[in-house]
Design a protein around this ligand. Sequence first.
Ligand SMILES: C[S@@+](CC[C@H](N)C(=O)[O-])C[C@H]1O[C@@H](n2cnc3c(N)ncnc32)[C@H](O)[C@@H]1O
Length: 248
Amino acid sequence: MERLRAAGCVFADEEARLIAEAAGADAGTREALLRRRLAGEPLEVVVGWAEFAGLRIPVAPGVFVPRRRTELLARLAIARTPRAGTVVDLCCGSGAIAAAVAHARPDVTVIAADIDPRAVALASGTLAAYGATAVVSDMDGALGALHGRVDLVASCPPYVPSARIALMPREAREHEPRIALDGGLDGADLQRESLAAAARLLGTGGVAVVETSEDLASLTLQMAEAAGLVAVVERDADLGATAVVASR
Ligand SMILES: C[S@@+](CC[C@H](N)C(=O)[O-])C[C@H]1O[C@@H](n2cnc3c(N)ncnc32)[C@H](O)[C@@H]1O
């Protein structure tokens, strides 16, 4: 714990406890995990899981660590999906949103998709336990069979403007893939693609929920409307979360 505190870890006590739990009884494993953390790897990657919507979601090196703010999307998806409906988690990363929805709504069919095969391999293993699946897909490229048949699309695409990546915390810059962070010049490129994909996937009355930032919210709203959807902004101050909810 002293080494974590000296390295500047704000929650050194808690981190030491979680590292000890992940290592089990083996002192060599504990030392190896501690060294990885001291070298700057995200705690979640070191211990192998992230807490999300009350679940322990497996995480792995090279895959985006799910953030607590994204629980807003899971909550909206759980509340807005009709009975026995179909949900697509676009840009699923570890599959955290899909897992939370499938866990809370066993009546619903959940399909997750991501362009990164490493993320899909991780998500597939996690989602199997919840009766959900994951596929490699550039947005909805591999989901043509679902066009017009989906009740809810949840999406947390990358939305950091390219020039701001250099200002992100070191943990993200050095340990998360650029493809999971970089939203292009204004940050909105992948949101635009997600909303266009959602407009193709959703059936009549379907809903898309897309994570955004306060800076981008009005642009995300405009893009949803340009994709033919009727959109509002939802916020959760406790989570520091902003989302656009767009209906067909
Ligand atoms: C910010 S991460 C979010 C991951 C996950 N939804 C979460 O909340 O933890 C964005 C994800 O989008 C994926 N991605 C980037 N471009 C994509 C594209 N064109 N099609 C599908 N997925 C993409 C990345 O691989 C990454 O896993």
